[in-house]
Design a protein around this ligand. Structure first.
Ligand code: NAP
Length: 244
């Protein structure tokens, strides 16, 4: 275990970037608490971390339910007595042109990508304030900086994550550190939720050049590892070969 073993919560830890982040932070000596809906995956991941000598717990989590996120945070605090970092990573990306009017998918993106992050902040902030500090790491996207066709709603949710993070940073200066990590195309299951045939086809080309999820985990680990007086505010990580 490292000198400063932290209690780190990761939402959306059952695949992709969340899973890689849990593995990386556990390898760095932190105690990781994993949340997502697919608990069988979380159980396997926690067992793998334990086999590798790390410390992990898990709990079923639906970030769209504020009470569930509260219970997730409480479970980690009951277990380890504190909460140092929450990585609000859970996200969905069912892309489509606005003209297709996939209102249920818009709502799902808003619920998971925006409300999910807000629920994480609401649950973590009082604990961090009470213990005199903490670190909120929100996962945005290159879609938080630019908009492309079929991605209007997804980009809107990620612009919102940046805005929320900047507001939280300003209001919490000196107390809570706030980092936004924005991946470019990264290997994960994210594009599996696209139901629109054209958007799905377009994504095959767009996503053909990708960084491994561990590249994003490295950026998160860097922000977490800085000394308490240093707040890494934003990191954007793209494939070197990617022009977008
Ligand atoms: N991969 C990329 O190219 C890329 C680029 C930019 C930004 N991002 C962002 O990176 C983050 C992680 O995505 P990923 O690429 O690793 O995709 P992923 O492999 O699809 O992982 C998404 C994670 O979110 C979880 N999740 C979805 N809905 C949830 C809910 N209601 N409650 C709790 N967990 C939920 C999923 O777990 P369950 O289904 O088990 O609940 C899964 O663990 C997202 O915020 C995404 O927008 C990814």
């Amino acid at each position: 275990m490292t000198q400063t073993s932290k209690v780190v919560l990761v939402t959306g830890a059952s695949s992709g970037i969340g899973e890689a982040t849990a593995l990386r932070l556990a390898a760095d000596g932190h105690r990781v608490f994993l949340g997502a809906r697919r608990t069988e995956r979380l159980e396997k991941l926690a067992a793998r971390i334990a086999e590798d000598g790390g410390t992990a717990g898990f709990r079923r989590l639906d970030v769209t339910d504020a009470a569930d996120v509260q219970a997730f945070v409480s479970a980690a605090v009951e277990r380890w007595g504190r909460l140092d970092v929450i990585v609000n990573n859970a996200g969905v990306m069912p892309l489509s042109p606005l003209s297709e009017l996939k209102v249920a998918e818009w709502d799902r993106m808003l619920d998971v990508n925006v409300r999910g992050v807000l629920h994480g902040i609401a649950a973590a902030l009082p604990v961090m304030r009470a213990q005199g500090g903490g670190h909120v790491v929100n996962i945005a996207s290159v879609g938080a900086y630019e908009v492309v066709p079929t991605a209007a709603v997804y980009c809107a949710t990620k612009f919102a994550v940046r805005a929320l993070s900047e507001g939280l940073r300003q209001e919490s200066a000196g107390d809570i550190r706030v980092s936004v990590v924005s991946p470019g195309v990264t290997e994960s299951e994210l594009a599996d939720s696209i139901s629109d045939p054209r958007a799905r086809e377009d994504m095959k080309t767009y996503r053909s050049v990708a960084v491994p999820a561990s590249a994003i985990a490295d950026a998160i680990a860097f922000a977490v590892s800085r000394p308490a007086e240093v707040d890494v505010n934003e990191i954007v990580v793209r494939p070197a070969a990617s022009a977008q």
